[in-house]
Design a protein around this ligand. Structure first.
Ligand code: UDP
Length: 457
């Protein structure tokens, strides 16, 4: 991770950013905010009370809570936000609340001009608000270009009947996207384009196309072909910046990261440890949990496993495991400083749910992957990592202890693992070069700053 030198300029331009309130969305938005601050912009963060970012870690930003301020309003209760995808509610109501908040803010700012609003792509209703206030809106898309292209094709895939195919078709190729199998498409988790989640994705795509620009947490050399397609399909400027190469996301972690793991890793041999984490939302049932545990122990490799409280449905934490089950080689924690773990020389591979932040963090630290996607974009990114870039092994059939330990052996012990590590090392090098003067990410960052500075409000 590079050190960001703060540009010494007087701050007379403000940017308002609005992250979607989940860990995988908050991290890249706050990384982006820090980068823009380092380029001389003042920063205001709009946030919900649900999953409020750690404000004390950002004394240089202004924070304003919006949307769920009324404790009496059950639409904003914790459970309805958690079920945001199927029951997404922030449409006209959300737009009205945001418009009032922005009008107040714009009226307040006398010495500084507000250059633009940057919102998560999921906050699609913010486009109409920004338009009505003549405020340019840029979108932060927190997933890959590849998965976004597939998401933009959901109506087509639905037309062709993919979402209703039965299990006998799971292994078939998707002819419109030959990289994918039918099971990858089904794993997105929608049944038809009338599904509320599909509607959310479709609005997201529509309003992203209507925005003033798209910021992607990625880099050109990682998704070069997809960039061409995006430039063709999305008629606005795209800026590709791999945030994990610039900063860690520790300061925006909602859970406390267990720092003692670094000392534990210091005592392990080089590239000997399998790091295991399935992100901030995924859950398994007890049977799957036990398969994972058996697979890990049977592999006989040292492992560092993040088991988030709530990860196992119906359990508080590890109570379904027999005492001493994990033995000497395994370390389990509730939450880890993931980027530091991936950067540690003892880490040999990452068994991940293929969330986009985790995937990119792994690439940026040149760590080979085992991919176990759960839902949403994860199956698409897993397929891309395993079949296009060939930097991961895709565990395609869920959690089965025999398949798990054989995948671990392939990546940690076999010749195949060495080849995967070599490929991911080359990718990391490309990411490093992209940050240098004249490199693609560096140029993207500079043109983003120029572009925002040029916006007339
Ligand atoms: N993360 C972390 N500690 C952990 C596990 C994850 O700090 O023990 C961070 C990780 O570095 C990443 C984010 O949480 O930035 C997870 O985002 P991702 O897109 O990978 O998955 P999601 O949680 O959205 O499913």
């Amino acid at each position: 991770m590079e050190n960001q030198q703060e540009t010494l300029v007087s701050r007379n331009r403000r940017i308002i950013l609005f992250p979607f309130p989940f860990q995988g969305h908050i991290n890249p938005m706050l990384q982006l905010a820090n980068l823009l601050y380092s380029k001389g912009f003042s920063i205001t963060i709009l946030h919900t009370n649900f999953n409020t970012p750690k404000i004390s870690n950002y004394p240089h930003f202004t924070f304003i809570s919006i949307l769920d301020n009324d404790p009496e309003d059950e639409r904003f209760s914790k459970s309805s936000l958690i079920n945001f995808a199927p029951n997404f509610i922030f449409k006209q109501d959300g737009a009205d609340v945001l418009r009032k908040e922005l009008e107040l803010l714009l009226a307040l700012e006398k010495d500084e001009l507000v250059s633009c609003l940057i919102t998560d792509a999921f906050w699609h209703f913010t486009q109409s608000v920004a338009d009505s206030l003549n405020l340019p809106r840029l979108v932060l898309r927190t997933s890959s270009l590849y998965s976004t292209i597939i998401f933009s094709s959901i109506p087509l895939l639905d037309d062709r009947g993919y979402f209703t195919l039965d299990d006998s078709h799971l292994e078939e190729q998707v002819s419109e996207f030959p990289l994918l199998k039918v099971k990858d498409i089904l794993k997105i988790g929608i049944k038809s384009d009338k599904d509320p989640y599909a509607e959310l994705l479709s609005e997201m795509i529509k309003q992203t196309k209507a925005s003033s620009g798209i910021i992607w947490n990625s880099f050109k050399e990682l998704e070069e072909t997809e960039l061409e397609r995006v430039q063709h399909d999305f008629p606005v400027q795209s800026f590709l910046i791999p945030f994990p190469k610039y900063l860690t996301s520790s300061s925006s972690s909602l859970l406390d990261q267990d720092q003692t793991v670094i000392h534990w890793l210091d005592q392990q041999s080089t590239e000997s440890v399998l790091y295991v984490s399935f992100g901030s939302i995924s859950q398994v049932d007890e049977k799957e949990f036990l398969e994972i545990a058996h697979g890990l122990v049977n592999s006989k490799q040292p492992f560092l496993w993040v088991v988030r409280p709530g990860f196992v449905k119906g359990s508080t934490w590890l109570e379904s495991l027999p005492d001493e089950f994990l033995g000497e080689k395994g370390r389990v924690v509730k939450w880890a400083p993931q980027q530091e773990v991936l950067a540690h020389e003892a880490t040999g591979a990452f068994w991940t749910h293929s969330g986009w932040n985790s995937t990119l963090e792994s690439v940026c630290e040149s760590v080979a992957m085992i991919c176990s996607p759960f839902r949403g974009d994860q199956s698409l990114d897993a397929r891309y990592m395993s079949d296009v870039l060939r930097v991961g092994v895709y565990l395609e059939n869920g959690f089965e202890r025999g398949e798990i330990s054989s995948a671990i052996k392939r990546v940690m012990v076999d010749e195949e693992g060495k080849e995967i590590r070599e490929r991911v090392r080359v990718l990391k090098q490309k990411a490093d070069v992209s940050l240098m003067k004249g490199g693609s990410s560096n140029e993207s960052m500079e043109s983003l700053v120029d572009y925002i500075s040029s916006l007339q409000v």
